[in-house]
Design a binder for this molecule. Structure first.
Ligand code: NAD
Ligand code: MG
Length: 341
């Protein structure tokens, strides 16, 4: 029987590449979801014939409803955030690939896991903002959480052998350094949106591309690695590998390193607070700041300042619920907006 896949965020960079893989593997598509790019979503519907689609934006969902009206074999149309979660949980798909960008992906990740579905996770923000909620749900529902982020996929592959996983000493998380590698703070004062969107190695969505330019992406990935592989942050070391050819490395207790090349001589220490909800606040502030930068409303260096400001300004700690995560995210965004105008 062919594998049935649901792709959330199917119109994005990871989403469209996932459909390339699905096409090549001749898997079938159970569900597709997007925010507002109805034109592309409907082209995907015509090619892959999903059972169900979800459109998050209201006006876009209206447009999709009009276009689907009377179409033979039209998929079921779900709407809004609730529709995204409903699709993620729906019986009939073998695996949910979450390629939504931002915290908007968290609820769908939880929904898929809680309904017993395996999840292929590109949406790193799910783990950054909701870490223990996600890993607890994975354990309780006995499902697989498969990393899609290239570094984490490389680490995951290195750790398939049970002996290796037990003797893991350190993760070497590689970073390309992004488009501004080697520049001074002074030289970054006036970088433009176009400069920051020009990544040397990867073609990605605009949000993660800006995160690569600020290096926030590596901070998010460090937290992602901590949750995925259960190591303390001190045992995850970021190393620059300008060509992005080594996707990551693992070091074992006998000091051997599973990778083809040696350790690069430059490393960027991205230390990050890992208690409570600080990663969630930083994530919310970062999403809002990147949006403002892309709209030309703040300079490049302001992104880092705002994220730092949010983390310094809040007290985080203790166990948390999904409502706490959203409240923290909203507070962080409000902080950014209050410090911009
Ligand atoms: P993108 O901007 O290209 O695509 C985002 C997708 O999410 C689109 O399909 C969009 O419709 C959907 N979306 C946006 N807002 C939404 C919302 N509120 N609700 C539901 N859907 C929404 O982004 P991308 O570059 O494909 O990144 C997707 C995720 O994968 C991110 O978490 C990113 O960090 C991660 N990732 C991306 C790459 C890459 O090469 N692009 C690599 C590693 C990890
Ligand atoms: Mg990555």
């Amino acid at each position: 029987m062919t594998k049935k896949v649901t792709v959330l965020g199917s119109t994005g960079s990871i989403g469209t590449q996932s459909l390339d893989v699905i096409r090549a593997q001749e898997y079938s598509v159970f569900g597709l979801a997007a925010h507002s790019n109805v034109e592309l979503l409907l082209r995907q519907v015509q090619e892959f014939h999903p059972h169900c689609i979800a459109v998050v934006d209201d006006a876009a969902a209206d447009r999709a409803a009009r276009e689907l009206h009377g179409m033979p074999g039209a998929p079921v149309l779900l709407r809004g955030k609730e529709g995204l979660e409903e699709l993620a949980a729906m019986d009939g798909s073998d695996i949910v690939l979450n390629a939504v960008v931002g915290i908007a992906g968290l609820a769908a990740t939880l929904s898929a896991i809680k309904s017993g579905r395996d999840v292929a996770l590109a949406n790193k923000e799910s783990l950054v903002t909701g870490g223990s909620l996600v890993t607890d749900a994975v354990r309780e529902n006995n499902v697989k959480l498969l990393p899609v982020d290239s570094e984490h996929s490389a680490i995951f592959q290195c750790l398939q052998d049970e002996y290796s996983a037990k003797s893991l000493q350190k993760i070497l998380l590689t970073a390309s350094g992004g488009p501004f590698f080697g520049r001074t703070r002074q030289e970054l004062q006036n970088v433009t949106k176009d400069d920051a969107l020009r990544h040397p190695n990867w073609s990605m969505g605009s949000k993660i591309t800006i995160d690569s330019a600020t290096l926030m992406n590596k901070g998010l990935e460090l937290i992602e690695a901590v949750w995925l592989f259960g190591l303390p942050a001190e045992q995850v070391q970021v190393v620059v590998q300008r060509q992005s050819i080594i996707h990551s490395m693992v070091q074992f207790s006998d000091n051997s390193i599973l990778a083809q090349l040696g350790v690069p001589d430059m490393r960027i220490p991205i230390q990050y607070a890992l208690t409570g909800l600080a990663p969630c606040a930083a994530n919310g502030a970062n999403e809002e700041a990147v949006r403002l930068f892309l709209e030309g409303r703040i300079p490049f260096l302001k992104i880092g300042e705002l994220v730092e400001g949010v983390v310094d300004s809040e007290a985080f700690g203790g166990p948390y619920t999904l409502d706490d995560v959203y409240a923290c995210d909203a507070a962080a965004r409000a902080y950014v907006l209050a410090h911009v105008s």
